[in-house]
Design a protein around this ligand. Sequence first.
Ligand SMILES: [Zn+2]
Length: 246
Amino acid sequence: MPLALFEAAWPAPRGIGAGCTTRAGGASAGPYATLNVGAGVRDAPERVAENRWRLLAATGCEGIQWLHQTHGAEVFHAAQLPASPRPDDRGDAPAADAMWTERRGLALAVTVADCVPALLCDARGGVVAALHCGWRGATGGVIEATLAALPAAPETLRAWLGPAICAACYEVGDDVHGRAGGGAAFTRAGGGKWRFDLPAYVAERLASFGVREVARSGVCVSCDERFFSHRRDGITGRMAAVIWRR
Ligand SMILES: [Zn+2]
């Protein structure tokens, strides 16, 4: 099966490509079958490399910028193509959970398997950004740090939130509820737990900082077996959400 991106459905300007990979179209086996692009999950490195090459080909870009994601709030400015043309080279991947670029032909890729991938572009299509929003990053400032770094006002931005875990599949404790400051994204579950609608929380935060157009995929990676879900499967692969200027 060829690599087909789950395409972002959002009002992006012409010249912007965006979407998220699924499990289909890759070279990996077992729990990583088939399109694992995560380098830190004990899949065979040569297969991850092959999968990343296929993703690069699917975007039609000259290069892909990957990150060493840490659930923090660092934002990387991808000003040029990665030093190494190899999409499997993690050696120089910057430690950050968000990045942005104005450069055409450079795809930005964040890896996810439950966390919310957020893709942004401005209304003129001159700048794009990709964020990895787990609960730690989302409550820890990665969204506002990215908006502060971008050379475009939040009011001019559009956002797409890709496939991520839904509230019914995501029970959390008081610690997460407290860190997030509670709010409408939480509903009571049994046993002192909360159901956390992480995509709703990310959408709410983007809106609170002035991003007016936030589209959501509506797809849960745990409910939908086309995707990897760490919570559902434990040992599993990672999807990539990608955005680029053509
Ligand atoms: Zn679900």
